[in-house]
Design a protein around this ligand. Structure first.
Ligand code: BES
Ligand code: ZN
Length: 934
């Protein structure tokens, strides 16, 4: 692999050719026999641009098929005989071309050619299309409603009376609009859309825009004609035909917001409606740009693969991401629903109004939307304390980025599989954390006004990374300068930012080190007199400086790190931009402890050389509140990461969390406990009885008080509720007797009530998991699962069912998942991961994945979030070389698919990391526990 800085050229589009094939004036022979497909690139030619689509669709929910027509207004830039566009799996029955006056170019239907490997279709016009002219391409087409989760697909739901009903809905991002209708399916081909949909009277139709007119047709069908959309990319088009009910409200600025769900789930839409109105109002203010459509619909689709999708004006959700049932939803369910709505609404600006030029920069959509979740929910629902979750977002990013198989935020992606795989932790979480760092560096106001400038400059258009950096620094384009816009030359911009950041500012050079370079830096600090010596390197969990490969793994890596630190001598935050491999700052002789990376706002880890860690360990023991809870969490994270990499001895990290008994904040408490739990899961699975037993005893002894303080209720603040949920779940998992007893009592109550009692939502999953260990309990839970109308409730039950120690029951669950009736296919990936998390189900799940691999790929598509979840979910717990070999052999057996995926590398790196962890730390853990137990 390449480790040079900027070795990936990612922003240019190498395959975007602009030369048309040679035009011809000759009449073609009849049929398509002697014509060959005129285009060999994966990306479409740039010389034909769609301006306006008139799309008519007529789905038949009984026959499960649809027909349609599309008339696309095209701007032709070079003479050509061909129009090349995308289509996949569509029967195109008629193709004609019209000129600007709607006169047919030919009296015959036109030849249509397909290139299925590139998902492209070419239409041949015998008359040359002249550069500079507009034309209309008219196509008639039809297809089945899809059985999966892409294109125009079928979903079903069951009513409480047992009736099954169909609906038809769409999911296009990133490359599935072409499965629903022929189109120029790339994000930079923005166009207006006029959609019409035919439906029966029993149904409603929804699309991005409101209905402008409904016409009754001769055969009694209704035709809804939707208002013309704003200019947008094809992946944002959406339409739905269903019989859902809705609730509506209007924002202060007059946007009509509605939440739709299956009729009987209507009661659970109220929370989402309130949240959506509030958040939409927040974004209009924050971005200082009005939401441009008259309405925003949010729809809960019963079969949905992703969590949600930001189609402009018609956001689609998984039911669990939108519906909130006060009776069965927990505190974290509420946080989740709020965050998903905040995420998809942020996309209405970041993504929909301004779109990345190409999928290599999908982080401009997803990283921003993820980060805006925190900004907007923090402002609108401060009680949810979502800043508590930001650390986990960044820790997840570091988890991936500290493996050799990571990638730069901007990475080349051409094929649909590669594009699909870009929707990962790097784009989402690293993107968000790097933006968080940047916001801290620039200050909130500079950051906000910069992104507002970016959104204004590129509205209804596309952008690159560079455009963002220029907007944030407020540097001018030449046009802006000459049109008298208020912005700066690059030099002025640097001066201006000096005012805020107190550093020299070359934003582009700085941000390129974070977005074009793989990995996360580790900064090692050493005290030397009044100086703090600084050294940066790439942090890798699977490599050690003593490895022969180390120098080559480090070669060429350099970041511009906006360092911050706090010391015991003042309350202020010190700043320093580190742009070289080694550096130093003067902290003063009298300083005791130094904590670098204040509140973890920076995307880097810190190692304290010399007595640095000991000073901090002592500080936490003596007076942990001298540091913020974020700083405490950060220290715990850093210490354990360093032990995984073999850079810090495990006793030090364990000593560091020796203060946790006096920790009263949920976040650092769960961070420390989380590591102990992770160790427990590894040794339990490896069958190392002495360590497993001692660790269990230690955890239950050390955390006895805080466990005993938990109540089996839904009371308290969100963070108290989160702590209760996680602590009790762990205690019961470890076999804590008081916990098991209480859970059994609650479960018996629930059984006695004929499964009608609503258990406290925060502990329901734990109660069910304990109950599921008995045959009758398991059977009652499966029964309730089958009939429950609440997906959040069902999710908790499924997790309990999958925790059974009886492998026959686990096998039964996996079979049900494959059938897709009782357990929906959309939940199969999390089911597999749940079974794999269970030590009794681990190998079962892994064999199942190998056996049904091609079925799973058919259901979910290679590269999808579900397939990645299945691979990581079933392999992440392996920790031996034998298991690594087994996984490698399997990936080799599916080489053709595996080689297209990054996730297979990630999976193997993960196992390698676990193997190394055991080698490096098992001995220390064993003797440390022996000492403690004594
Ligand atoms: N744009 C994505 C949906 C998406 C995901 C499309 C993957 C294509 C591939 C949407 O905005 C999104 O990010 N959804 C998340 C949930 C969200 C709260 C992070 C998802 O589906 O996991
Ligand atoms: Zn998103």
């Amino acid at each position: 692999p390449e480790f040079k800085l900027f070795s990936f050229l990612t922003s240019a589009s190498p395959t975007q050719a602009s030369e048309p094939p040679n035009p011809t004036e000759e009449q073609p022979p009849l049929g398509t026999g002697s014509l060959s497909f005129p285009w060999s690139h994966l990306r479409l030619p740039g010389y034909i641009v769609p301006l306006h689509y008139h799309l008519l669709l007529h789905p038949n929910l009984t026959m499960l098929s649809y027909s349609g027509t599309v008339r696309i207004e095209l701007q032709v830039q070079n003479n050509t005989n061909w129009v090349v566009l995308h289509s996949k799996g569509l029967r195109i029955t008629t193709a004609t071309m019209l000129d600007q006056n709607l006169a047919h170019l030919s009296d015959k239907v036109l030849p249509v050619l397909h290139n299925p490997t590139h998902e492209q279709t070419a239409i041949f016009s015998p008359r040359v299309l002249s550069g500079g002219q507009k034309y209309f391409l008219f196509l008639e087409f039809g297809a089945e409603l899809g059985e999966g989760f892409y294109g125009f697909y079928r979903s079903t739901y069951r009513t409480s009376s047992g009736e099954t009903r169909n609906l038809a809905s769409t999911h296009f991002e990133p490359t599935s609009a072409r499965m629903a209708f022929p189109c120029f399916d790339e994000p930079s081909f923005k166009a207006n859309y006029s959609v019409s949909i035919r439906r029966s009277r029993a149904h409603i139709a929804l699309s991005n825009m409101p209905v402008e007119q409904t016409v009754v047709l001769d055969d009694g069908l209704m035709e809804d004609r939707f208002a013309v959309s704003v200019r947008m990319s094809s992946y944002l088009v959406a339409f739905i035909v269903c019989d859902f009910r809705s609730v509506s409200a209007t924002t202060a600025s007059g946007v009509k917001v509605s939440v739709y769900a299956a009729p009987e789930k209507w009661q659970h839409t109220h929370y989402a409606l309130k949240a959506a109105v509030k958040l939409l109002e927040f974004y209009e203010k924050y971005f200082n740009i009005k939401y441009p459509l008259p309405k925003q619909d949010l729809v809960a689709i019963p079969d949905f693969q992703a969590g949600a999708m930001e189609n402009w004006g018609l956001i689609t959700f998984r039911e669990t991401s939108l519906l909130y049932d006060p009776a069965t939803s927990s505190g974290s369910d509420r946080v989740w629903v709020t965050m998903v709505i905040a995420h998809e609404l942020a996309h209405q600006w970041f993504g929909n109004l301004v779109t990345m030029q190409w999928w290599n920069d999908i982080w401009l959509n997803e990283g921003f939307a993820r980060y805006m979740e925190y900004i907007s929910v923090n402002a609108t629902y401060p009680k949810l304390r979502v800043e508590d979750y930001l650390v986990d977002t960044c820790f997840a990013a570091i988890g991936r980025d500290s493996l050799n198989s990571s990638r730069p935020i901007s990475s080349a992606a051409e094929s649909p599989t590669q594009i699909e795989e870009m929707f990962d932790t790097v784009s989402y979480n690293k993107g968000a954390c790097v933006l968080h760092m940047l916001r801290h560096y620039l200050t909130d106001q500079v950051f906000q006004s910069g992104i507002v400038r970016y959104l204004r400059r590129y509205s209804y258009s596309n952008a690159h990374n560079q455009d963002l950096w220029d907007s944030l620094a407020n540097t001018c384009s030449e046009e802006e300068f000459s049109s008298g816009e208020h912005c700066y030359s690059s030099r002025q911009a640097a001066k201006n930012a000096n005012l805020y950041a107190g550093e020299h500012l070359d934003l582009t050079s700085m941000m390129n080190t974070w977005t074009l370079q793989t990995g996360v830096p580790l900064v090692t600090v050493t005290r030397q007199g009044s100086h703090l010596l600084l050294k940066q390197e790439r942090f890798l969990r699977t490599a050690h400086p003593s490895d022969p490969a180390w120098p080559s793994l480090q070669q060429g890596f350099l970041w511009h790190i906006p360092l911050t630190y706090r010391t015991d001598t003042s309350t202020s935050i010190h700043r320093h931009l580190m742009t070289t491999l080694t550096d130093s700052v003067d902290v003063g002789e009298e300083v005791g402890w130094v904590k670098v990376n204040v509140d973890m706002a920076g995307y880097y880890l810190v190692h304290y050389d010399g007595s640095g860690w000991d000073d901090l360990i002592q500080l936490l023991k003596d007076n942990h509140t001298a540091l913020t809870f974020m700083d405490r969490t950060h220290l715990i994270h850093n210490a354990f990461q360093l032990t995984t990499a073999g850079r810090l001895s495990l006793d030090k990290a364990l000593d560091l969390i020796g203060y946790l008994r006096s920790e009263s904040h949920t976040v650092p408490l769960l961070e420390g406990l989380g590591y102990l739990e992770a160790f427990y899961r590894i040794v339990e699975r490896r069958d190392i009885p002495d360590v497993t037993q001692n660790l269990r005893t230690y955890i239950l002894w050390y955390f006895r008080d805080v466990i005993d303080r938990q109540t089996w209720s839904d009371k308290g603040s969100v963070s108290e509720r989160r702590l209760r949920s996680e602590l009790l779940s762990l205690a019961c998992h470890l076999g804590d007797l008081p916990c098991l007893k209480q859970a059994q009592r609650s479960f018996t109550h629930w059984l006695d009530s004929n499964s009608t009692l609503n258990l406290p939502a925060d502990v329901a999953e734990t109660v069910y998991s304990v109950g599921a260990q008995e045959d009758t309990g398991w059977a009652s839970l499966l029964q309730t699962y089958t009939h429950s109308l609440s997906e959040t409730h069902k999710h908790k039950i499924l997790s309990a069912l999958a925790s059974s120690r009886d492998t026959n029951k686990l096998t039964r669950l996996l079979e049900l998942g494959l059938e897709g009736e009782v357990i929906r296919t959309q939940d199969l990936d999390s089911l597999i991961a749940m079974v794999a998390r269970n030590p009794r189900g681990h190998h079962l799940a892994w064999s199942y994945v190998q056996k049904y691999w091609s079925t799973l790929v058919d259901k979910f598509q290679l590269g999808s979030f579900s397939i990645r979840n299945i691979i990581i979910g079933t392999t992440a717990q392996f920790s031996s070389t034998e298991e690594l070999t087994e996984v490698r052999v399997f990936f080799e057996s599916i080489h053709e698919q595996a080689s297209q995926l990054r996730v297979t590398e990630v999976a193997m790196d993960n196992i390698q990391k676990n193997i190394l962890w055991l080698q490096r730390n098992l001995g220390t853990l064993r003797s440390w526990l022996d000492q403690q137990i004594d």
